[in-house]
Design a binder for this molecule. Sequence first.
Ligand SMILES: [Zn+2]
Length: 246
Amino acid sequence: MSEMVSFENRRNFLKLSAGLGPALMCAAPLSRALAAGAIKPGADAVLIVVDVQNCFLPTGTLPVKKGDEVVPVINELAKKFQNVVITQDWHTPGHSSFASSHDGKAPFETVELDYGTQVLWPDHCVQGTDDAKLAPGLDLPHAQLIIRKGYNSAVDSYSAFQEADKETGTGLTGYLTERGINEVYVCGLATDFCVAWSALDARAKGMTVSVIEDASRAIDLNGSLDAAWSSMTDAGIERIQSSDFA
Ligand SMILES: [Zn+2]
């Protein structure tokens, strides 16, 4: 249930955001819908490739079912983008998001931390380990930035933009804004956690956001995938496929 509560909170937050800037929040998705089938990313667009790392592949410590299937899709997709940013889950040993850090807790149970309910995971993506390396088949030589996240031992960070305390930024908003990039395409692992949270945060920053479904795979824990798509749709995030690109 915790992730459902979490998404509900985010939805409320986005409704508040929408109230502050209705024109901005509503106009952008309409123009994107018209472009479906022939999307040609320009200089103001970025592909954010989320957490395509060994840990989230089927042989990793926190396997996402069929997670390896996104690699060739993303490799082809990225060729259509001038701007590519990669994120990398990058935890300290004994990170607070690990079940092993909490007595009596098992992976996929929850715990209350200072910033709210945290889903507990198997130990994964520990800094400097092979498990945390980017997937070996990932071929993105023109990627310009790797954002590492989840490196504060007491705070998780699903989102590429801000940590789970919903206050601490990763710096990505500033990077994109300074470069005049406001059209964001998100893909990777996993659809219902790090991809969704990144997309929702980009949208909350007023960016035009699409999630590329076939370039992503989900964990789907207790209905989390449906909840994620519902939240993203409500926020005005486009659900597209890699075939929608020219
Ligand atoms: Zn993690």
